[in-house]
Write a protein that binds this ligand. Sequence first.
Ligand code: GLA
Length: 723
Amino acid sequence: MSDDTTPTDRPDRPDRSEAPLHLSRGGVSLVLGRDAGGIPVVLHWGAALGDLDDAALTAIMAARQPGAARSSYDLPRRTGLVPDGTRGFSGTPALAGHRVGGSARAATPSLVDWVVDVADGSLTCTSTDDEAGWEVQVELGLDDAGLLHARTSVTNTADGDLHLASVLTALPVPARAGELLDLTGRWCKERTPQRHPWVQGTHRRDSRRGRTGHDATLLMVAGTPGFTFGRGEVWAVHTAWSGNHTTYAERTPEGECLLGGGELLSPGEVVLAPGETYDAPRLLCSWSGAGLDPLSHRLHAHLRAVTPRARGERPVIANTWEAVYFDQSLDRLTELADVAASVGVERFVLDDGWFLGRRADTAGLGDWTVDPTVWPEGLGPLVDHVTGVGMEFGLWVEPEMVNPDSETARNHPERVLRGHADPPITWRHQQVLDLQDDGAYADLREALLALLDGLDIAYLKWDHNRDLTDATHDGRPAVHGQTLAAYRLLDELRAAHPALEIESCSSGGARVDAEVLARTDRIWPSDTIDPLERQHLQRWTSLLVPPELMGSHVGGPTSHTTGRTHALRYRAATALLHWFGIEWDMTSLDEAGLTELGSWIALHKQVRPLIGTGTLVHPDHPDPALMVTGVVAADRSEAWYVVATVGATDTQHPAPLRVTGLDPGRTYRLTEELPPPPGGADLTDAWSADGAELPGRLLHEVGVALPVLDPEEARVLRVVAVD
Ligand code: GLA
């Protein structure tokens, strides 16, 4: 992990007195004190603070004690761990609910007496308001990479139902974080950054789509103004949830600055019976003193650890969607499989179009049996052929959806998830299967297990192509329950088939979050594989997702989603440092074309060991037309960089590239891995015929010249330590 803080890790130390508690791991510290009323207060979340004795910790508490303001509450102002109005906080209360016919006290609890336990490196803070009937627990823990995990849970401790309206988790950040970065987007343009000064008020990014959303921000980042991938102090939170959720930044006139998030609950959606508990989504909170890259490394380390089949090397995929769409037949696909195997593809994924009645996107969803008109002998012959030529087989499914034109919808209209609109408005001709309907869930589970039991399937591409903005089950809002049911289904299929890998796709990148990635092996960031769009959206998706968990495919020369045409070099270089795949009718290529494609696959396989274990870096470059993406081996002995232009460079000669991520004390040999493109400027002229040998410190501090680059051109650089 590259960071500008001195690692000062030390074991977590339990509280021995009234002194604040100090957790420190992975270059990050969290200090939790108590205000005069005993309410837990986060005093510091950020740079590791080193060894602090009780005297020092008590001194921090005293030194950070604010006074009371004029014309304000007569108490020193501190934001409690659970921000609420009972201590004068005027921003968004973390907790809200009600009891039908119950006391107004139930609307928000008054949490005064807190018990704080320290165990296994995390703090558990618990408080109960007996009159309101709320028991609230906030868990805070730092993992080995310094990522802070925060989660709030609520238990109903009184008689009668407790209707929850809001359970948010929020962390204070310093006021010097004066600029916000969040992401938005749409289909085929996911993860567009938006930056602005962090002014007073609340900047909320809500997703009410019943799925994570193409526009889901992934992170809410606050940082010192002007922060970049390599510079500035930054804090960020991610709300780990695939249903309706919010992620927000709030700055009050009193001076509080908070980053927070939680599930967006509709009235009546979560009702706790006496004794029941609601666990809010986990908030993943990352800090860095050296820009966005180290902040992402902490998140990447976590996702690498929780992703079910986390492993170093991912098989090169051929996906049939943009190759054949619905034009499926055994002959056509075995021919494609043969070509794929010949160029080095390792997994062949049959996309949409194989199941009952699915001749177009208007019918068939819900009927997960093989269509006998297209596949008279079933999928067995194709699977045998694919495995016979040495590849694994993968299959597309969209389990949560149903077409009105399907046996499932005709036989069980009650299984279609409904809201106010009845019948529900179709979206791409489809509606949603109500996974909280026991029969619907059981039949779906059985159909998927039958496929997995009957065929040698290594991988499912699991799609979800519709928003759920109007959905009820048993007269109550349904997104919470639908989300949990989808998680359960994924968990049960995995338990039955532990070697199965799953891709999370949702019309491209509408289901990208840490909770789905705890159950799936990769995400599909977008339906656009236009490399120009991908240069942008992969960069911003990687704020959260490590490169090897992000699918990136080489499409045909002309993009199906944008109509732009790009050379193979640009398309392949854009996919090179991710989970690499091909989505192109390779049977249309001549021998020279196949050889060139095969050489890119071979190059990817050469870099691949680093991609899944190394660190991802985005060296800053002053020219906005130039994007540099690199992966550096964990021991910093080797690194690969893709230098790509996303437009015409501002200057004819781009500024030198400052190569980041390397060991300043070692010497490296820098080479351009491929010959320049036809007509392209020769990079090696700028150095020497054999590349350049330079200390890591100079590569970073002084940088190396780049060639004159055309718009939408890519170069691949390799750096290897020579000492
Ligand atoms: C979605 C996916 C695509 C493809 C199609 C098939 O749009 O994102 O990759 O699988 O569905 O219908």
